[in-house]
Design a protein around this ligand. Structure first.
Ligand SMILES: C[S@@+](CC[C@H](N)C(=O)[O-])C[C@H]1O[C@@H](n2cnc3c(N)ncnc32)[C@H](O)[C@@H]1O
Length: 317
């Protein structure tokens, strides 16, 4: 079992209170789709089979391209890869493998995520990469604790390579703060974002990535775990926000339903939508503007062949 630091924001009491508050606001916020064992395992198989980011001919190319830029930008010091909201750490494991293949030694890794089971899975995956001397982990809610630096103190010698993959889309632009909080002057940040290509039909194509049985099954997992089985089908639509376009998934209960969270009942009336998904889409321009406004200098942006995945390499200005 890897050494995992567990922040107060992810204790069972904090998660229970968070879920009740979210349901009272008629939303299942993103973290609850990853915390339970069934939800996280459904997400892992869905991401592997459906996400453009895992397509060897598409997203993987953008991540590998960004890894080459990182390798070229690093000095000779030890490298500490910190994966913020890293899920099962598949992308960080590949990055560590690329560092090792480039002859880097003295690698270490710290997965950070709201889901303890994903942190453990990621730490084990990262520790298995040859050349990785240490892999510990941190379980924390980055929306409650956007300054992660105390949780990763004391700082390890060498350069930090902080990753923030797939998170700007699920948690929105403010999630950038958690990645930046870990950066010293010579450290590097890799940020990926789901992009909306400007080609005809691209909005429909993005909706189709959600509007399918495996995604519905994943998003329904948490609802089923709190006793909501027959509220109705999840429907997906675009919504325009100040932070850009967002895909929204909602269930519209046809009759009133009761959610049950460890002894607390939250009643949900018919006709009031329960939001189960929010996912932002960016363009290369909005991604660059966001990173610039956050005080970062962008060294490179890789865009996947489909135009759906962008990976930026940046450091503090
Ligand atoms: C779309 S997945 C991306 C996972 C991984 N970085 C990747 O690219 O495959 C979103 C990740 O954010 C994590 N997450 C969601 N809400 C979070 C929160 N409030 N604090 C920390 N992590 C969170 C989830 O557990 C999940 O691992």
């Amino acid at each position: 079992m890897p050494d995992v630091r567990i922040d107060e924001s992810v204790t069972p009491a904090a998660l229970r209170a968070g879920l009740i508050a979210a349901l009272e606001a008629r939303r299942v916020d993103n973290r609850f789709h990853y915390i339970g064992d069934l939800a996280s395992s459904r997400w892992r198989s869905l991401a592997t089979s459906h996400s453009p980011a895992h397509d060897a001919n598409d997203g993987v190319r953008a991540y590998d391209d960004a890894a080459r830029v990182v390798i070229a930008a690093l000095g000779d010091e030890p490298v500490h890869v910190v994966g913020v909201a890293c899920g099962d750490g598949v992308k960080e494991r590949r990055l560590l493998g690329a560092l090792r293949s480039a002859g880097r030694e003295h690698l270490s890794a710290t997965p950070v995520d709201v889901s303890l089971s994903l942190v453990v899975a990621a730490a084990e995956a990262m520790a298995a990469v040859p050349g990785v001397d240490a892999a510990d982990g941190v379980a924390v809610d980055i929306t409650a604790v956007p300054d992660l630096s105390p949780l990763l103190a004391p700082r390890r010698a060498g350069t930090r390579v902080v990753t923030l993959f797939g998170v700007l889309s699920t948690l929105g632009p403010s999630s950038l703060e958690a990645g930046i909080s870990l950066l010293g002057p010579d450290d590097l940040l890799l940020v990926s974002a789901n992009l909306l290509p400007g080609t005809p039909g691209s909005r429909d194509a993005v909706i189709a990535q959600y509007d399918n049985p495996p995604t519905r099954m994943w998003l329904a997992t948490v609802l089923e775990e709190i006793g909501i089985h027959d509220a109705g089908e999840i429907t997906f639509r675009w919504r325009e926000t100040l932070d850009g376009p967002m895909v929204v998934g909602e269930v519209m209960p046809v009759g009133s339903v009761n959610a049950r969270v460890e002894g607390v009942t939250v009643g949900m009336p018919a006709g009031e939508p329960i939001r189960v998904l929010e996912s932002f889409r960016y363009t290369p321009e909005t991604l660059l503007a966001l990173l610039g406004q956050a005080g970062l200098t962008v060294l490179h942006v890789s865009i996947s062949p489909s135009g759906e995945e962008g990976v930026a390499v940046a450091r503090r200005a």
